[in-house]
Each structure stands twice: as structure tokens, then as C-alpha cells.
Design a protein around this ligand. Structure first.
Ligand code: GLA
Length: 359
């Protein structure tokens, strides 16, 4: 991929929030690499336009046609999820002997930090320069108590395009009081192009020997279950749809895949977690992360009623998400890798979404 030129950013006004604050849209480009658009509202990835094997470019992420769509988003299409991605059981946790209560928005549980999460906040954008050229930095200071979480949390997220065209997302956060943090991006991908039907024939490989099975409300039971002999075994490439309706209790509870996988290797080291190939278009997505886990979600809650950015219906299983993260409900699961952040320490996570093609 010709990405030799340094990365460039174009910025433009993109409307106003409901309270009248100005929102911008930033488009990152680098030679022939995929172009990536991100908005300062919610840190949403608004589009990733990538070539197929013939060079034809298509937008491979789901989203809305304008800011109004994002202001009303309920699907987390491409948003920057925080303070705590995925679920926290019974909308609360205990830290240093103190109980904290969060907003319940998924039955009795908290999903993606409740209604005041990072997806619903306006971020301060800055175009910064780094070794790859221009990068976008989004910053947000979350006041202590926001959404029920303790500590003033200062978060910076830098989006850049690597020389090989990979979209690098670097997250850092600091706090002034003990708290929990788990940040991710919730991009929905369809490598045939957004709105181009189901992703069941895409082939997935996951670098995971185990996953975290859940209860009926998708809260992990605490077990790390080997994938061997189950529909969760993606150690070799398998079509996403091959076992998605299997008579497996976990598949039935998730209405398909909606599970956290344990990424092989050492957390903190940037390593391959997932590879998806769409043989028809030739597009390939590789996901690298420093995180211990990755949520593989197959758009089981989409129903064709939402029309996407180009007017096409977003059908059930019309996209997949690979949300790099700490395991769901870690604040209530002492055996899981810790999500506690204390003053004086820096939370860091890096994820790379790299699009390419196969012959
Ligand atoms: C995550 C969750 C899913 C679903 C989506 C958003 O992937 O695990 O259950 O809530 O976010 O709809």
C-alpha cells in the first residue's frame, strides 16, 4: 500500500450539539492508505474508506449520514467508549471498601458506561504532529462522579495513520482518585461495504484459546473456557456464519456472537488479536492490541430499521465489531486482569485496525 506520504488531516465544521457547541469532522489520509473520518462529538469513527483488490474504494464502517444521526445514536456505531466499555453487573462496584452506583441502562446492568458515557461527550480536538505526520488528538476531562464513577478522569486519545496504512488508536488516562477505566472503540465493520448485507461469509481468525462465557444478560460467569470443540474456536479461519446459530447455550444467549475472547500473549504488548477476510472484495482487516481481551459482536441487535449513511438498511448481522478491551465486569471480578487506575499511574491502551487486501 502506498502510504509513503506523511499523514494529513483536513478539518471542517460539522454542525452543533443540542446545547449549541461546535462539532468538527477530521479526515486523516496518507497516500493510497484508507482514509479515516473522526468527529469531535463522541470520538466516533465516521468512516473508513478502503480499496478492494481492484482498487475500488468503499466505506467499510457503519454510521449515520450526518451529526444528527450521531446525536441520536443508540448502537455505538464507531464511538469511543468510556469510562468503562461493555457491562458492569448490577450497575455498581466496590473499590477500596466504598460502593459506587452507576446508571443501569441494560436491564439491571450498566452497558458502555450508561447514558452519560464518552460517546455522548464533546471532545477537545487538536491536530498534533508525530513521526507519521499529522495526527488527531481528542481530550476530555470527565468530572468526578460523572455516570457514578469516582475520580476526575483526564483522557487523551490519539488517532494516527501508520506507514503501512494502519489506523493507530492510542489511549491514555490519569485520575485524581482511585477509579476503574476500560476504553475502546466500537467500530462496526462490513468489509464488503457498509449496508452490503450480512457478514456471515467473512472469515475470522482469532488469536484466542479461551473466552469468557456469560449468564443470560451477558455478564461473565468468571470462567475462562477453552474454545476447543466449541463454536468459539476461531484459531483457524472459519466463516463467521458457519456456527452462528449452533445449538450451543452461549451462542443462544448471545443471539449469535457477543462474547469477550482472551487474547493470547502478554497484555501490554501490541500483538495480533484478530484477522477477518472478505474473499469477495479481497479486503482484510487485522486488529492488533495491547489489551487482554476482545469483544466479538456480530450485530445481533440490528433489525434493518436503521438506515445507514448512504440510505441502506442495516440488517441483523450486517456488521461485526472487534472491541479491544479488559474483560466485561472486571470491577466485580477479582480474578480478571485489574481495571483499577490510581493517582500517579497512567492508563494506556493501543489498538491498530489495519486494512489490506488479499489476491
Ligand atoms: C457490545 C455489547 C453488545 C451490544 C453492543 C451495542 O458489543 O457486548 O451486547 O450492546 O455493544 O449494541
Amino acid at each position: 500500500m502506498n502510504a509513503n506520504a506523511a499523514s494529513r488531516i483536513e478539518r471542517r465544521p460539522w454542525g452543533k450539539t443540542k446545547s449549541g457547541e461546535a462539532v468538527e469532522l477530521f479526515t486523516l489520509s496518507r497516500g493510497g492508505a484508507p482514509t479515516v473520518a473522526i468527529t469531535s462529538y463522541g470520538g466516533f469513527i465516521v468512516s473508513i474508506v478502503a480499496p478492494d483488490r481492484t482498487g475500488a474504494r468503499a466505506d467499510v464502517t457503519l454510521g449515520y449520514k450526518d451529526l444528527a444521526g450521531y446525536l441520536g445514536d443508540g448502537s455505538y456505531f464507531g464511538c469511543l467508549v468510556g469510562r468503562y466499555a461493555n457491562r458492569i453487573a448490577k450497575a455498581g462496584f466496590t473499590l477500596d471498601d466504598k460502593r459506587y452506583t452507576l446508571a443501569a441502562n441494560d436491564g439491571p446492568n450498566t452497558l458502555h458506561s450508561g447514558p452519560d458515557g464518552f460517546c455522548r461527550q464533546l471532545w477537545t480536538p487538536d491536530v498534533v504532529s508525530g513521526k507519521d505526520g499529522e495526527a488527531l488528538q481528542l481530550s476530555y476531562v470527565s468530572p468526578a462522579g460523572e455516570g457514578g464513577f469516582p475520580g476526575t478522569l483526564t483522557t487523551k486519545v490519539v488517532y494516527s495513520l501508520r506507514e503501512d496504512g494502519g489506523l493507530v488508536i492510542d489511549y491514555t488516562a490519569t485520575t485524581d482518585a482511585p477509579t476503574v477505566v476500560n476504553l475502546t472503540n466500537h467500530a462496526y465493520f462490513n468489509l464488503a461495504g457498509e449496508g452490503e448485507g450480512a457478514i456471515l461469509d467473512h472469515e475470522l481468525q482469532l488469536e484466542s484459546d479461551a473466552y469468557t462465557p456469560t449468564d443470560a444478560r451477558l455478564i461473565p460467569t468468571g470462567e475462562l473456557r477453552p474454545v476447543e470443540g466449541t463454536p468459539f474456536d476461531f484459531r483457524k479461519p472459519v466463516a463467521i456464519g458457519a456456527r452462528i446459530d449452533a445449538a450451543d447455550e452461549q451462542i443462544q444467549m448471545g443471539h449469535g456472537y457477543d462474547h469477550n475472547f482472551v487474547v493470547r500473549g502478554t497484555p501490554g504488548a501490541l500483538r495480533l488479536a484478530a484477522r477477518v477476510v472478505d474473499k469477495k472484495s479481497g479486503r482484510v482487516l487485522e486488529t492488533f492490541t495491547t489489551e487482554p481481551g476482545i469483544q466479538f459482536y456480530t450485530g445481533n441487535f440490528m433489525d434493518g430499521k436503521t438506515l445507514g449513511k448512504s440510505g441502506k438498511p442495516y440488517v441483523k448481522r450486517g456488521a461485526f465489531c472487534l472491541e479491544t478491551q479488559h474483560y466485561p465486569d472486571s470491577p466485580n471480578q477479582p480474578a480478571f486482569p485489574s481495571t483499577v487506575l490510581r493517582p500517579g499511574r497512567i492508563y494506556r491502551q493501543t489498538t491498530v485496525y489495519k486494512l489490506g487486501v488479499v489476491k
